[in-house]
Design a protein around this ligand. Structure first.
Ligand code: NAP
Length: 330
């Protein structure tokens, strides 16, 4: 497995990161068997994935806890990236959130501690200062951000504190960060960790029409505002989304690489991308996704994928919030 050296840190992360959200089931994901979750995490490690992304918000600590149970014995061999929620960005609350994370993770340090979403109510420089103090105290090894748009990235830069990464929604069906966030991250040398890299399963080709996508997963701006759990006010672009999926499917057939793996490999070719954080609900899915680390794409195929997905990129525009019209990515 290829690795990537995160700036302002001594962290060498695997370019495929295992995402520990869906393994708690519940909101967005439905029922989940705990044995599958533990097997998924262990399989990721066996396949050479050394970096694991989690958050207190995933099942109120349940995800962090599963990770500790599955790989507690391998603590020194893995990199744990966890997140603090925006309600905890006051310095004192951030310290408490970090302690809760350490307890859930049954460890005495978090490798990469990330701010989950911007919180314009709390001065960012104060929160970054608190992260630096946690680092100085050895509680965390490095810090990063997530869902940070241009304005928040500017503030990070002005504050003088050095962030090691920005975690953003990025995949072939959602290229919004390419408009202005990715260019800024490249210029500021803040590598991107891509979340939802297979668009929550859509890029495996397993849903052939919008009707097949369950409501809790059809919350994204690709789908109409009429979907029961939608939090946006848009008509969506369901037909275009599924036309785009069909085109990617065709290209993946020609290349004889699965759609999911072509999608993951495409991301890892993008300038400014350090890693793709991919979820998997059982060992079989994880094994399939890990195989993408072996995939190389010809430049002509990369260009064809760019072209095939451009109309959808244009239809969804530069709002990098997957779920809301009133963008929280600021
Ligand atoms: N920072 C943030 O705000 C943020 C937001 C979202 C996610 N994340 C992080 O990014 C990670 C990944 O994102 P994500 O979970 O939203 O989406 P994803 O990785 O694009 O999709 C994962 C889902 O796709 C399905 N799947 C995975 N592999 C498959 C395969 N080989 N064949 C068929 N289906 C497959 C599984 O769900 P089913 O089997 O149920 O279809 C799985 O849960 C999360 O775990 C989390 O760590 C961060």
């Amino acid at each position: 497995m290829e690795t990537y050296q995160l700036p302002h840190s001594d962290l060498e992360i695997s370019r495929l990161i295992f995402g520990c959200w869906a393994i708690v089931g519940g909101f967005n994901w439905g029922p989940q068997d705990e044995r599958d979750s533990l097997a998924a995490i262990k399989t990721a490690f066996d396949q050479g994935i050394t970096t694991f992304d989690t958050a207190e918000a995933y099942g109120a600590g349940a995800s962090e806890n599963l990770l500790a149970r599955a790989l507690g014995e391998k603590r020194k061999e893995i990199i744990i990236a966890s997140k603090a929620g925006p309600a905890d960005f006051e310095p004192e609350n951030l310290r408490k959130a970090c302690e809760r994370g350490l307890k859930n993770l049954k460890t005495d340090y978090i490798d990469l501690y990330q701010l989950h979403w911007p919180n314009p109510e709390i001065p960012l420089a104060d929160t970054l200062g608190a992260l630096q103090e946690l680092r100085d105290a050895g509680k965390i090894r490095a810090y990063g951000v997530s869902n940070f748009g241009n304005q928040s990235l500017d503030t990070c830069k002005e504050s003088g504190f050095n962030i090691s990464s920005n975690q953003m929604a990025y995949n072939l069906l959602f290229r919004a960060i390419e408009y202005s966030i990715l260019p800024q991250c490249i210029a500021d040398e803040v590598p991107i960790l891509c979340y939802s890299p297979i668009m929550q399963g859509l890029l495996t080709g397993k849903f052939t029409s919008e009707m097949e996508v369950p409501d809790d997963r059809a919350r994204t701006r690709h789908f109409t505002k009429e979907r029961s759990q939608s939090r946006h006010q848009e008509d969506g672009c369901e037909a275009l989304t599924f036309q785009t999926i069909a085109k990617i499917k065709e290209l993946s057939k020609e290349a004889e690489v699965s759609m999911g793996n072509i999608s993951l490999a495409w991301l890892l070719y993008q300038q400014g991308v350090a890693a793709a954080i991919v979820g998997g609900r059982n060992a079989a899915q994880v094994r399939k996704n890990a195989a993408s680390a072996q995939v190389t794409l010809r430049p002509a195929l990369i260009n064809a994928l760019d072209e095939a997905t451009r109309p959808l990129k244009e239809a969804l525009g530069p709002n990098a919030d997957l779920w809301q019209t009133d963008s929280r990515v600021i």
